[in-house]
Design a binder for this molecule. Structure first.
Ligand code: NAP
Length: 492
């Protein structure tokens, strides 16, 4: 019989759940190895599901259906979830009320460790640092999803023109939320205080700026189509020559669809709606000058370098020309990177050092029983389906280490490479399967650490409150959630 396997997963987002779900199903309860397996998941947020709860746009409720699968995983008796636990990283990016758990407590208590910590830090633009005229997209997303980091509400009632830098799906999510009627958004999972701010919004135009051209946009056609079909906004037509592929370039199917959508323009003719949006290609910000007076009506000036595509590298290079875009607020939406405080962070890659799902040392050798999955391992790219495929492969890799000769392992993962274990990164080869780090035991008793059953109580109450208001759910903050959990535990 192989030795017991006690896997700690740091992170409680989709990648973490997909690895857990796959691993537990590859070693089902009837498997002789099953009694020797435990999977414990830690998240710094008190609620599970990471980006599914705190990243997916509220008007995309169908994307959140994966939580049904995650709920099913959580019913496995070998699985436990511990929320509001910040493993390893210090105060800088942490949640004020989260319990701090040193990584050594995990290493002492577990035989295997998976980092599914995602990419939680927004990439900033060096030329336009955050200010009252410039904020990262993540602050807006965390505001409308009521993330426990609690960014302040944007002053949407004081601005008329908002500029997004970056042409990815996060940019389009934000543009769509700002250009959709709050009465439509309200039926979804949008907190009432967010709906209230959106109802007072005076935003009339959203500019979406990209440093490269229409063939290089990072957003997908589904999201572009949603913009084009917005019932209350229209798109400023794009100069037709910009939509001609350069000579010798054959666009892919997706690129052809993008060009066609852009050529046809929005469902609403330009100028027919009170709100509008525009795409600006081959423009890269170089500075943002605040208005000369502090009047709310004054706009900042965003200077944009004109760019062209270097055919050899496909990178944007400046042409030497510039122009100015007056705007009330700039939102940078340039993607995300992993938290540099995370152990095994690679500053060059801006995510964790890993190879085929295994954590590697700075010399490149594989560290025994340590894994990484999802955005933590690969960077902030891909949609939930690609996260799932990656997670299933990592689960196969873990299984191949646990039971190298099982049928499932040999069909899902290549044989393990030679591995080393650095002395200060030593996991416990013989952990007590059901013991928890003492800090966690105490945190549960003190009502600071949440478990999946607590989440089920909170979830049911959020949905109930939502129903009463005629919407998908009404979210709770930590104080309320903590009180509800205390009450529910006292009753049971
Ligand atoms: P993204 O897809 O990587 O897009 C980032 C955008 O920022 C690109 O247009 C990029 O242009 C631009 N950019 C980066 N650095 C820049 C710089 N220094 N100056 C100017 N522009 C710069 O990132 P994202 O929108 O944050 O999305 C992250 C991931 O989540 C993506 O895989 C996305 O598809 C996914 N996501 C999916 C959905 C959905 O399915 N509905 C919703 C949200 C997010 P270059 O190409 O020129 O670098």
């Amino acid at each position: 019989m192989p030795p017991p396997v006690k896997l700690a997963i740091i992170g409680g987002g989709p990648s973490a759940f997909y690895v857990a779900s796959r691993l537990l199903s590859l070693l089902p309860l009837k498997d002789p190895m099953s009694p020797l397996l435990r999977v414990h998941m830690y998240d710094r947020l008190w609620a599970p599901h990471g980006l599914v709860r705190y990243g997916v746009a509220p008007d995309h409720p169908e994307v959140k259906n994966c939580t049904n699968k995650f709920d099913a995983t959580a019913t496995d008796p070998r699985f436990r979830f511990f929320g509001n636990v910040n493993v390893g990283s210090k105060v800088l990016h942490s949640i004020p009320h989260a319990l701090h758990l040193p990584l050594t407590s995990i290493l002492n208590n577990y035989s295997h460790l998976l980092f599914a910590t995602g990419c939680t830090i927004p990439t900033l633009h060096p030329a336009i640092p955050p200010s009252i005229y410039c904020m990262p997209a993540l602050s807006l997303v965390h505001w409308y999803t009521q993330h426990p980091s609690r960014p302040p509400p944007p002053a949407l009632d004081k601005i008329s023109h908002l500029t997004l830098i970056g042409q990815g799906n996060v940019s389009l999510d934000i543009a769509r939320i700002l250009l959709t009627s709050p009465s439509v958004l309200r039926q979804y999972d949008v907190p009432e205080h967010v709906v209230e701010v959106l109802s007072r919004s005076t935003v009339k135009h959203v500019s979406i700026v990209g440093r490269r051209g229409p063939l290089e946009v990072a957003f997908t056609t589904k999201e572009l189509r949603e913009m084009i079909n917005l019932p209350e906004a229209s798109m400023v037509p794009i100069e037709p020559t910009l939509l001609e592929p350069p000579p010798g370039v054959t666009p892919t199917r997706q690129q052809r669809r993008t060009l066609e959508l852009l050529r046809n323009g929005s469902k609403n003719p330009p100028g027919s709606t009170p709100k509008s949006w525009s795409l600006h290609f081959y423009r890269s910000p170089t500075s943002l000058t605040p208005p000369s007076t502090a009047s709310a009506l004054d706009m900042a000036n965003l200077t944009l370098a004109h760019t062209r595509l270097d055919p050899a590298t496909s990178r944007a290079v400046p042409t030497g020309e510039t122009s100015t875009l007056p705007t009330s607020l700039v939102v940078t939406s340039l993607g995300f990177h992993a938290d540099p405080e995370t152990t095994f962070y690679d500053p060059a890659m801006r995510h964790l050092r890993s190879s085929a799902g295994r954590i590697t040392s700075s010399e490149g050798s594989v560290l025994k029983n340590m894994y990484a999955s999802g955005w933590a391992a690969n960077g902030a790219k891909g949609v939930l389906a690609s996260t799932m495929i990656d997670a299933y492969a990592v689960a196969g890799t873990i299984l191949s280490d646990i039971v190298p000769f099982s049928e499932a392992a040999t069909t899902t993962a290549p044989p393990p490479p030679v591995m080393e274990m650095a002395p200060d990164e030593m996991l416990n080869p013989h952990p007590d399967l059901d013991a928890l780090p003492s800090e966690i035991d105490r945190g549960i008793t003190d009502g600071i650490v949440t478990q999946y059953d607590d989440w089920k109580v909170i979830n049911a109450e959020e949905v109930r409150r939502g129903e009463a208001l005629g919407k998908e759910r009404e979210r709770m903050g930590w104080d309320e959630a903590q009180s509800l959990v205390a009450l529910s535990r006292a009753r049971s």
